[in-house]
Design a protein around this ligand. Sequence first.
Ligand SMILES: *Cc1c(COP(=O)(O)O)cnc(C)c1O
Length: 420
Amino acid sequence: MSSQSLFEESLKYVPGGVHSPVRSFKGLHTTPRFISSAKGAYITDEENKSYIDFCMSFGPLILGHQNEKVKTAIYNALERGWTYGACEKYSLHLAKYIVDKIPFIDQIRFVNSGTEAVMTAVRLARGFTGKNKIIKFSGCYHGHLDSMLIKAGSGLANMSEASSKGVPNQTVANTIVCELGNIEDVALKLEEYKDDVAAIFIEPLPANNGLLIQSKEFLQSLRNLANKYDCLLVFDEVISGFRVAFGGMAELTNIEPDLVTYGKIIGGGMPVGAVAGKKNIMSMLAPLGPIYQAGTLSANPMAMDAGLATLSELTPTFYKQVEENTQNIVAIFQEWLSKQDAFSHCHVKSFSSLFWISPTKNEIKSIDEIPSNLENTFFDLFKIFLDKGIYLAPNAYEVGFVSSAHDLSIQKDLKSKLWD
Ligand SMILES: *Cc1c(COP(=O)(O)O)cnc(C)c1O
């Protein structure tokens, strides 16, 4: 069946035909491609058309699709049975591997998604500090839990509002939204609510609303403010963890968060998330402490082995190679864009193995600075690329992900696809 007829049938059985909204190609006026298989840097749809994939399942696949080592790990795990709901050594191996390599982490707990990791971190921050409110930043995404589906209000200053229906007012009142890059804003809000802020949550490399690279000074000032007001600093490294460096942005900037959340790469493409931090905070979790958290399928042994097989590949040489791939790919895109009348204003921003096609050459640090022509430009670009066999994440605000599979031969293919 074609993507078109599969989508039409899905619309009957599933809201919007999808299980996560971005997959619907909303606003792009074309049918979502139904993917039948994937290998290396390519995905293939039901019409048997192949694309160079720069979505890579939105981040987890830093080794590309069907990496042989990860595949073998999953096959081997499968032979043992795929869930026990009991203690096993496989999650210990992954926990030990991570904790031994990241200096500011004493303990880690595995969950099933990034959302669940952030949800646990929110409760842990509140339970540990005995405070209620959290600070987040406009332009950072932390999953679909109630307390993070909050945006800056359009009306009165300092009032936040829900970015989804179904979020109670009490929850809205407990989330304070600040502007990225604006440390005075954070300082003012902390002063205003000083006795009641449990934690400052940030994506230290905001990569869910374009690529809004923050200065090290800003992140360091957040660390200082968290110390001053006795609240926790939580780095949401669901995208940046194990991608920009093994220890994520915390390692790159040498700034220690009190808690960190992981997801995406940590499971190598299987559903895994994690919250980690110092022992005095982590030991507040049940069964040791009074903060409850649990999961029927948490630390699923097959997912743990896929994660370990993936993380085991992430050496300094590996990062060097993937970043080199990224620089080459960025240069290829940039050259092509600069020769097109319709897109010569575009600039490919990148950080480590992430890139984003920005509609301006200006530096952008907060969502307010993103030009209003972003979506129109992306709409045109996305369709041209799709025709040429190049698959970007189907939304203007999503970044592109490069893997070790995006090697020289893929770069050559990208060049010929673009110029054909
Ligand atoms: C993807 C993402 C999440 C949510 O993770 P899910 O596994 O989709 O629930 C949370 N925070 C950040 C920074 C993310 O990029």
